[in-house]
Design a protein around this ligand. Structure first.
Ligand code: IPD
Ligand code: CA
Ligand code: CA
Length: 269
């Protein structure tokens, strides 16, 4: 079963890649889901082709997709799809965006594929089988101190208390590391942890489709994923801390008080 799931996810992501790359160099028609939350026809076309590939192979499986919602929610298998992660980058021609497909069985991550575009790298993992970039096995970095680390974060579309708290974290971490990057595609950020390009990633306001594939890829590459207070991560919680494992507890010393501070203000986390 897992091999045919992996194969279907691969075929779906390759077909979606064709759609996204063809559209990349053409003018884009942009709509707004929020003040700065963009969506294009390409997001929808990419999602349609992915869903049609899944439904051809596994008509009874559940799907949670960013643009069209959920179906078969009682199925043991759930496919979680971000048809275009980093839509803002895509619209502006900034070369960092991707496509993400994660699969869960009984709430356990079993398979994840993320396409990084326009670089055309495929990051993938099957539970228990390691993580790969194209055909090469990948591993998280060996950096073991914050002072030697490079981090990455992201800022959600809502500019409320969590966003402000993240500005503070951005300052704090920038001060004690070799830098903090902000690329604008969370699924790609996670793959950069898995492949050792960056050592730690945190974000406050993510959705299941941003992380479902990436977290398995990080874990299979030897990294650790928790919430920002160190408790167990689930794709249904918006905040995440993903690292190479070696700097996890040092990052928690900074992220955990920020979370506690927000929860004292009754901010939903
Ligand atoms: C967004 C990106 C971004 C993150 C946002 C996400 P989208 O996804 O992953 O890096 O900061 O929170 O919503 O909207 O481009 O699919
Ligand atoms: Ca996304
Ligand atoms: Ca998206």
């Amino acid at each position: 079963m897992i091999n045919s799931i992996f194969q279907t996810a691969n075929t779906a992501i390759e077909k979606a890649t064709q759609i996204v790359i063809e559209a990349y160099n053409l003018p884009k028609i942009t709509e707004y889901k929020g003040k700065t939350d963009l969506v294009t026809q390409t997001d929808r076309q990419s999602e349609e082709i992915i869903i049609s590939e899944i439904q051809k192979a596994f008509p009874k499986h559940g799907i949670i997709a960013e643009e069209s919602g959920s179906s078969n929610i009682d199925s043991d298998y759930q496919w979680i799809i971000d048809p275009l992660d980093g839509t803002t980058n895509f619209v502006h021609g900034y070369p960092s965006f991707g496509i993400s497909i994660g699969v869960m069985y009984h709430n356990e991550y079993i398979c994840g594929i993320v396409k990084e575009l326009p670089a055309n790298r495929t990051y993938s993992a099957i539970k228990g089988k390691g993580a790969f970039c194209d055909s090469k096995q990948i591993h998280v970095s060996y950096v073991n101190s914050l002072s030697e680390s490079l981090l990455v974060t992201g800022f959600g579309y809502e500019h409320g208390e969590k966003w402000k708290a993240n500005m503070e974290l951005f300052k704090q971490f920038t001060d004690i590391t070799q830098g903090v990057r902000r690329l604008g595609a969370a699924a790609i950020d996670l793959c950069h942890i898995a492949s050792g390009k960056v050592d730690g990633f945190w974000e406050f306001d993510l959705q299941p489709w941003d992380t479902a594939a990436g977290i398995l890829i990080v874990q299979e590459a030897g990294g650790i994923v928790t919430k920002m207070d160190g408790s167990n991560y689930s794709i249904h919680h918006p905040q995440i801390l993903a690292t190479n494992g070696r700097i996890h507890s040092d990052m928690l010393k900074i992220t955990k008080p920020a979370i506690e501070n927000l929860s004292h203000q009754d901010i939903k986390l």
